[in-house]
Design a protein around this ligand. Structure first.
Ligand code: BGP
Length: 480
């Protein structure tokens, strides 16, 4: 049978400013830490052109409307809106987003807007001390208030910080650990600063946006125990706690769990909590949870004397290059013999969506919206200039089916926004790792050459097979 989706369910797709916009020095935008981070991922292209959405925004919205979208989740670039430490608003940056939002609204596409998706301005890092500094909380609050004041008349769904849990767990991957020399301890201070930023944003949204709703965006990966061996079960609980539950609990309850406080005590960690912080966190009540879910993980027990291993990402897209992490005395992640893997060693597991939805609903009883899910692949045009991505259709269809089952199970879910609409820059593999329903006709080499020559390529948009499939799915409200 086909599970039913509620009337008015939001069907769309997702992106992030630094991965889709390009135009990193246009109209007053200043550099972001993630620009510099993306430049280290050679030979892949950096984010200076990305999908050049900055110059193709109208065309992209037209394509979304053609597909039948009723929502679009994207992020605002902090360094476009507040480019300098004087805090002055850059009207050219505001104008770009005003046009985009107006365009979406004119096409009946509900904007779902992330305030922060990894693009901290360099000035915040250099002049305020970045994520290590409490001064950043005021700067972030100022930025958030400007966004709510300028866009809150049309944007009602807001997301505060994208995947805070993943930023803290994998600090080196996104450059969040910049300037920290003892990440094991420092990450909890960074995490605390982010929580204060989150809390300020939640309260400011409720104060400034009439009817506004705001939530966190955890990166959710269910953790399955490798076997029914009892210690594998404990390992799965440990992995779940340290990669996501700690953050889910803080977001939902506005306080640190006894589990986390105990961990800090046992490890002699000072997260830098000052008087008033806990009251602030407690006062910030989220309205929903935005869920990013692509995959599952599997955990087995790791003895206290096991060798520690940090997770090493697959940086090439050649299968088998991922090194799973081992945390002695807690868990190690490992391959799951029951699921296939992508070329980047990500589990292809549509059931993970149902699991995550059930899990979050059971724990927190908050409405949810999917803000990321997708299939990263190497892709090329065929001789007719078409892109056939049946594997993506299969994955999205199976995932939507599982999402429908979660709704039948009784979970409140109001939208599905897979990553991504067009191809865009991946966190580690330029445009080589593609997720889009729409193909961007440029390779990393071409983007690198274009950057060196200072000439923008045409960046033609080509609808993939998945675009046509998704359009039918939306028209049938999920029954396709
Ligand atoms: C999520 C991030 C996105 C995105 C996606 C795919 O965790 O929120 O920014 O990039 O993962 O990851 P990747 O680009 O590494 O394949």
């Amino acid at each position: 049978h086909d599970p039913k989706f509620p009337e008015g369910f939001l069907w769309g797709a997702s992106s992030a400013a630094w991965q889709v916009e390009g135009a990193t020095d246009a109209d007053g935008r200043t550099p972001a830490i993630i620009d510099l981070n993306s430049q280290t991922k050679v030979p892949f292209a950096d984010n200076s052109i990305a999908a050049d959405h900055y110059h193709h925004a109208h065309e992209d919205v037209e394509l979304m409307a053609e597909c039948g979208f009723t929502s679009y989740r994207f992020s605002l670039a902090w360094p476009r809106i507040i480019p300098h430490s004087d805090g002055k608003v850059n009207e050219a940056g505001i104008a770009f987003y005003n046009e985009l939002i107006d365009d979406l609204v004119a096409h009946n596409i509900t904007p779902i807007v992330t305030l922060y998706h990894y693009d901290m301005p360099v000035w915040v890092d250099e002049e305020l001390g970045g994520w290590k500094s409490r001064k950043t909380v005021d700067a972030f609050e100022h930025y958030a208030r400007v966004c709510f004041e300028r866009f809150g008349d049309r944007v009602k769904y807001w997301l505060a910080i994208n995947e805070q849990n993943m930023q803290i767990c994998y600090g080196d991957w996104l450059g969040v650990d910049k300037g920290c020399d003892d990440w094991f301890r420092d990450k909890w201070r960074v995490n605390h600063i982010m929580n204060l930023c989150h809390a300020k944003a939640v309260n400011a949204c409720h104060e400034l946006v009439p009817g506004g709703k705001i939530g966190p965006v955890p990166g959710m990966v269910p953790i399955y125990p490798f076997s029914s061996e009892p210690m594998d079960q404990i390992a799965a609980m440990n992995a779940e706690e340290f990669t996501e539950k700690i953050w889910n609990d803080t977001d939902a309850y506005g306080e640190y769990s006894t589990f986390l406080k105990n961990y800090w005590k046992n490890n002699d960690i000072d997260p830098g909590i000052e008087p008033g912080d806990e009251e602030l966190m407690k006062s910030a009540k989220i309205d929903f949870i935005a869920v990013n879910c692509y995959r599952s993980n599997t955990a087995r027990w790791a003895a206290a004397n096991a060798a520690a291993q940090a997770q090493l990402m697959n940086k090439t897209g050649e299968k088998g290059k991922l090194i799973f992490p081992t945390v002695p005395g807690q868990y190690q992640l490992c391959y799951n013999p029951y699921v296939p893997y992508t070329d980047w060693d990500w589990e292809i597991d549509p059931v993970s969506m149902r699991y995550v939805m059930r899990y979050l609903w059971d724990h927190y009883h908050l409405p949810m919206v999917v803000t990321e899910n997708g299939f990263g692949a190497h892709e090329h045009k065929d001789e007719n200039g078409e892109v056939h991505d049946q594997y993506r259709i299969d994955f999205l269809r199976d995932t939507v089916y599982q999402l429908g089952l979660a709704i039948e199970d009784g979970v409140e879910i109001f939208g599905y926004n897979p990553w991504s609409f067009t191809d865009l820059l991946s966190t580690g593999n330029g445009i080589e790792k593609r997720y889009g329903l729409v193909y961007i006709d440029a390779t990393d080499d071409e983007l690198n050459e274009a950057k060196a020559a200072g000439v923008l390529p045409p960046m033609k948009r080509i609808k993939k097979d998945s675009f046509h499939w998704y359009s039918k799915l939306i028209k049938s409200n999920g029954a396709e």
